[in-house]
Design a protein around this ligand. Structure first.
Ligand code: GLC
Length: 630
């Protein structure tokens, strides 16, 4: 059963798709479900028992069970996914309190600004949710009211809650089957020839490859929907040449439009009043890759249409796949924050001889604070059907609306179901328009573990076409780490090797044990029929594709606390190895299963295992796949 409790006048976020099964509720009724609502809806408190598990929050950090940490929904471009971070690129305000005594409650907070979840962090037995500033109307700011919808879902199982929630937020985006092929990416492939070399590297090593991602390097001076003519003299022919070799090219598309008079896209947007502006009606510049840029106001339907039409620049050339990036929106600095930083540096440099350490640290703080600065997010506005609304109050749905622009345009230009698009930033609702990837992870073993934690949370919120940067984006990977990463990524819908400029080259053909990587990639391709079928089943039946053991086996007390194994589809369980220099791992079987230690499609050992705890050996080139016994 779903109840909606409305506070104030919520802004339409596009998260909810079908509310025909929703009953309107009152705040006073929330305590039937153990939720205490305080301060006119600004604070929700739920008591937790020792054994209760809290699931959800999409791509956020930490475990499958979210207890013991604080999380903040506020879309953030942060390439350091460390334990001390509260926010990542998406805001996925859905949680399930899975009580051991059988009562399960799902909560969805449909609110496009900041939401803070203290899940047993300050007090281990208390879940406290706090809402940030009010969204609307604009002048009703500090402290008066918050405007949002709280959806309370109750059912006998977490699985049922997910099922009902997913029906509420609507069908997930369906990627074409070719999008389950393997893709190679790197920030730093500069030219057609660089890409030809990568394709040849894979072909010569007999490794399957379906996609090559083209990062911002293809652009002319980082201007959106342009090409560097020197490096891509005949793009259309190049796209055809790649197509003939079975390769889809996927350009990166950012939101920021370089503020350069004479750049046709900038001029057009300015003339038509398509950009976000400050209080005085001036375009508000923020700096991204091209330098000072104007942000399209994607909240306006005509802007989405205009920006979406620009995709023709690529689709006319035969391109059918894209990734949307920097759409939190990221901001490296603005003229305002740059000035503050330079003033601070000037102050320090005047004092060099008498400088106090605290003054130096202050300066470093101000320089650091130039990026993604709250003051900037509070300085520009969106034009909505409810008047001008300050950006920070709608911050979390900016990426959603950018993705929507691209997704709707591609459906129109190429036909529904024929293209691939995924985004970095998102909010619930974006799952209907595309996939997402988990952003700038690092070449760390702990980030293999993190993927396992993110997958079920993302699935709960409808994000099914998902994956992480295989081998790690930041820092240098190494052969063993790359292999362990791939051993998990072969199961995720998006299977892409991606890395940052300046890091070690990590195309799989560069490592010593090419044979092992080839076998793993071919294993991925052999798994595609099962994976794609499970993916479609999850879309059609509003189910998880990656299910925590505690949800798949709700009566098994041990399964509730397994954080490093997942069910994939109906009959498979994975238990990836995510530690360095180990030759196996501990696995808990919630039922009898057959264990396959797989090096390749025709190279595996199998053993029947009984329900319970096992130590299972897994050589560096071996994947552990468990299949339910009949
Ligand atoms: C961002 C993206 C990353 C990309 C880089 C350059 O950091 O997350 O994937 O390679 O920008 O475009």
């Amino acid at each position: 059963m779903i109840k909606r409790i409305r506070f104030g006048e919520p802004f339409f976020t596009d998260a909810v798709f079908d509310d025909s099964n929703v009953a309107e509720g009152k705040a006073a009724e929330a305590d039937d479900n153990g939720i205490i609502i305080k301060s006119d809806g600004k604070e929700l408190i739920i008591a937790l028992d020792k054994e209760d598990v809290v699931y959800g929050l999409g791509q956020s950090l930490h475990g499958i069970n979210k207890r013991g940490f604080t999380y903040i929904s506020y879309n953030t471009d942060d390439p350091h996914h460390n334990e001390d971070k509260y926010s990542l690129y998406g805001s996925h305000n859905f949680i399930i309190v899975d009580r051991v005594d059988g009562k399960k409650t799902g909560l969805f907070i449909d609110y496009p600004s900041k939401v803070i979840y203290d899940i047993g962090d300050s007090d281990k037995d208390v879940l406290k949710i706090t809402l940030g500033e009010p969204v609307y109307p604009d002048d009703e700011i500090e402290g008066k009211t918050v405007n949002y919808d709280l959806y309370v879902i109750t059912a006998e199982s977490s699985e049922k809650i997910i099922n009902e929630f997913r029906a509420l937020i609507g069908p997930s985006y369906k990627a074409p089957q070719w999008a389950f092929g393997f893709g190679q990416s790197r920030w730093g492939y500069m030219s057609e020839d660089d890409i030809r070399r990568v394709v040849k590297g894979y072909k010569d090593s007999d490794m399957p490859l379906d996609m090559v991602y083209v990062d911002i390097d293809y652009m002319d001076d980082y201007k959106v929907f342009t090409l560097n003519q020197e490096n891509y003299p005949d793009f259309k022919s190049f796209v055809s040449e790649m197509k003939e070799q079975g390769i889809h090219l996927l350009p990166n598309v950012d939101p920021g439009v370089k503020m350069e008079e004479g750049f046709d896209i900038y001029d057009e947007g300015k003339k038509n009043d398509y950009y976000c502006k400050d209080k005085d009606g001036e375009i508000y510049p923020i700096a991204v890759w091209p330098g000072l840029s104007a942000l399209p106001d994607f909240m306006k339907p005509e802007v989405r249409k205009w920006y979406g039409d620009k995709y023709r620049f690529f689709t006319d050339a035969g391109v059918d796949g894209f990734w949307n990036d920097m759409n939190e929106p990221a901001s490296f600095y603005s003229p305002k924050t740059l000035k503050n930083a330079l003033d601070e540096v000037a102050k320090v440099s005047e004092k060099q001889d008498s400088l106090k350490l605290q003054e130096l640290w202050n300066m470093i703080g101000v320089v650091d604070g130039m990026a993604h600065n709250d003051e900037d997010y509070q300085s520009f506005y969106h034009e909505t059907d409810r008047g001008l609304i300050r950006h920070d109050r709608l911050h979390n749905i900016y990426g959603l609306n950018m993705l929507k622009a691209g997704s709707e345009a591609l459906d129109e230009q190429l036909g529904k179901g024929n293209s691939l698009i995924f985004s970095r930033s998102s909010y619930i609702g974006a799952h209907r328009y595309g996939g997402i990837w988990t952003g700038d992870n690092c070449s760390f073993y702990s980030h293999i573990e993190l993927i396992m934690h993110q997958l079920p949370g993302l699935n709960m919120c409808g994000f099914l076409y998902v994956g992480a940067d295989t081998c790690g984006f930041g820092f240098d990977t190494n052969e063993d780490l790359a292999m362990r990463f791939l051993e998990l990524s072969i199961f995720t819908p998006l299977c892409r090797n991606h890395s940052a400029l300046g890091t070690r080259e990590q195309e799989f053909y560069r490592f010593k044990n090419i044979d092992a990587f080839r076998k793993l990639l071919k294993l991925r391709y052999a798994l595609i029929p099962y994976l794609y079928k499970s993916y479609l089943d999850s879309i059609e039946n509003n189910k998880l594709m990656f299910t925590p053991l505690g949800i798949a086996y709700p009566l098994d007390a041990e399964a509730r606390h397994i954080e490093d194994q997942l069910m994939v589809g109906e009959s498979v369980m994975i238990a990836p190895v995510y530690q360095a220099n180990v030759t196996g791992r501990h696995v808990y079987l919630p039922q009898d299963m057959t264990c396959y230690r797989v090096k390749g499609v025709e190279d595996y050992e199998e053993e029947n295992m009984i329900k319970g705890h096992h130590y299972v050996k897994a050589d560096i080139d071996e994947v552990l796949i468990f299949v339910k016994a009949k």
